[in-house]
Design a protein around this ligand. Sequence first.
Ligand code: NAD
Length: 315
Amino acid sequence: MRILANDGIDLMGKKLLEDAGFEVDTTHIPQDQLAEKLQNYDAITVRSATKVRQALIDACPNIKAIGRGGVGMDNIDVEYARSKGIAVINTPAASSLSVAELVFAHLLSGVRFLYDSNRKMPVEGNTNFAGLKKAYAKGVELKGKTLGVIGFGRIGRETAKVALGMGMDVIYTDLFEGPTTLPLIFSGGIEVDLPVKQVSFEEVLKQADFLSLHVPFLDKPVIGKEEFALLKDGVGLVNASRGGVIDEQELIAALDSGKVSFAALDVFDNEPTPREEILKHPKISLTPHIGAATDEAQGRIGVELALLLIDALKK
Ligand code: NAD
């Protein structure tokens, strides 16, 4: 059987598939040629770039499994594929810690203005950085501050654990009842349970010093004009979930008015071409959707995907 890993697959995952007798092709076939070329394969794996829509599924009746390396399956017509008897698989847990660590890279960057000083130091600081030093002298510590987490699933909880490890208080909101403590495991196997508090959506907005979003995108933004109005003045906000979860136009207004002191975005409306107002905003820390893009997460994703595909294709 032949598997097309159209958005790549980690070497360990590829080896597991080959050892199980599959041929793995890591050539990237452009989207507009897939309907023709995918006919020669039995399965396809994708990340977020390749789209597997109904028309492609119809054009390739040989396909028995679709694997998504990662969580969100918004690039796959999942229900349609399943209705045709195709196994659709993803690897939801493999990247949670990497996304959580990226949230903190952004938060630490935000409270010490790294995103801005990295832009301005090479331009304005090459002769004398005294002016910049003054501009960036109003940093704050994260310890003792309250992190509000919206969506307390896999990534929300990992993010909360990093926050607890840094001495932050954690409040969260979710559609379902969640835990009152989270276990933190330190080196040497020392484990401590630290408290987290579930509150209403409105209370998270009102109480958080920093907000991090970890919900799926459904049909409308979770944070829009009304929600921005409820936030504490000067809050810092991170979105590493999905573009569209925050109303970008309202975010720009909230940054310009000072309601939000900084925002950090790993995900955008209209990926992979976010609007210029977002890309050039001086109070936004940017990454190009790389939450899961660490060696460790990609390794775990590859292995998990391979094992699930072997299981599905050998049935
Ligand atoms: P998950 O399913 O484990 O958790 C999502 C949680 O959000 C659930 O507990 C759910 O009950 C809750 N929820 C849904 N709607 C809500 C709402 N309106 N208010 C409050 N809670 C709500 O998902 P996860 O694995 O933690 O992933 C979270 C998000 O991160 C997803 O959007 C996913 O696509 C995204 N993600 C991004 C990257 C990246 O590279 N930046 C990588 C992986 C996942």
